[in-house]
Ligand binder design. Structure first.
Ligand SMILES: NC(=O)c1ccc[n+]([C@@H]2O[C@H](COP(=O)([O-])OP(=O)(O)OC[C@H]3O[C@@H](n4cnc5c(N)ncnc54)[C@H](O)[C@@H]3O)[C@@H](O)[C@H]2O)c1
Ligand SMILES: [Zn+2]
Length: 294
């Protein structure tokens, strides 16, 4: 491949970790762009995990009212989720992704070769979003995901699966870029998932995808009861999640806290907890609500 076009590129490095997805880091990127003489016609290439693509895309979207940007995601989560769909931003005032804008990258380059150096936990974290995409898409895709050996992944096969996963997200985002309707399909597993993630923050933090996987278990169970999701399919997915992600360490004593956390989820409207459920694989039911007892 010819890299002539970027032979004069300058590098801006930011520290790893979501605590650095901050205003200070955004400010550092802006300052560096200014110092290096970037213009509205410059191109910012975001090479890294979701933290880098979210923050870099925000910096590019706002610098001189918007310069060009390309994402090259290097974690599985950023490949199948963060780098596509146009959500950019950073954490602020103790809240995740509090400040941001919608802005699509001009291009996203996906290559699973980066995953050679990825640890198994981060790989599984991204894989949970792929399971979600399989569940909202079709039985064939879900079946492939449930039989793939993620412990020792074949990166060529995974490359095709990543492409299919991104297509599922892209198709939904194109129909509803600002999340007023069908984009909520992508929230499957996330009502419980965000509550698990917040609860874990008070004890031992868990990776986002682990919380989503456990959230999928709960929301598929509710889907079986409320919207007729097939029990045998739910059991297959739950078995896969148990085998690979283990269990979320909670007891019945945690239920009030979890309920409280779900009540304050930013996806809710008013006092009702909002779920995305399934009537079957690919049969999406958005805006399913559980009324809170007052
Ligand atoms: N915009 C969206 O729609 C969207 C969707 C999902 C998640 N997100 C955001 O994405 C972020 C999480 O993304 P993430 O899971 O990629 O985390 P991350 O970017 O923090 O990366 C996780 C770790 O992996 C390291 N890393 C990156 N590439 C690597 C590689 N190839 N090999 C080895 N290590 C590597 C990073 O340095 C970091 O330590 C969160 O900030 C979340 O809010 C955004
Ligand atoms: Zn997610």
């Amino acid at each position: 491949m010819d890299f002539e076009c970027i032979s004069n590129a300058c590098a801006i490095v930011i520290e790893a970790g979501d605590t650095h997805k901050s205003l200070e880091a955004v400010s550092h990127v802006w300052s560096e762009l200014q110092r290096m003489g970037a213009t509205r016609h410059s191109l910012l290439i975001n090479l890294g995990g979701g933290m880098v693509t979210d923050l870099g895309a925000f910096a590019a979207s706002t610098f001189k009212r918007g310069t060009h940007l390309i994402n090259i995601p290097t974690t599985l989560l950023s490949m199948v989720d963060a780098s596509v769909g146009g959500k950019t931003g950073f954490n602020f005032g103790g809240l995740k992704n509090e400040i941001g804008v919608f802005r699509n990258a001009s291009a996203v380059f996906l290559d699973t070769v980066f995953l050679k150096t990825m640890d198994h936990e981060n790989l599984l974290s991204g894989y949970a979003e792929m399971l979600k995409h399989g569940l909202i898409n079709n039985d064939k895709m879900l079946g492939e995901l449930l039989t793939f050996t993620i412990e020792n992944p074949n990166l060529t096969t995974l490359q095709h699966m990543v492409a299919e996963s991104v297509e599922v997200k892209q198709r939904i985002v194109l129909k509803d870029p600002l999340e007023q309707g069908i984009r909520k399909a992508l929230n499957l597993g996330h009502t419980f998932g965000h509550a698990f993630e917040s609860l874990a923050l008070k004890r031992k933090p868990v990776l986002h995808g682990y919380a989503v996987a456990w959230g999928l278990v709960c929301e598929l169970y509710i889907s079986v009861i409320k919207t007729g999701f097939p029990t045998d399919r739910m059991r297959q997915v739950v078995r896969f999640i148990l085998d690979n992600y283990g269990r979320m360490p909670i007891t019945c004593n945690d239920y009030p806290t979890l309920l409280e956390l779900m009540t304050h989820d930013k996806k809710n409207v008013g006092h009702e907890i909002n779920f995305t459920l399934l009537g079957g694989v690919g049969d999406i039911r958005i805006n399913r609500q559980r009324r809170r007892k007052r």
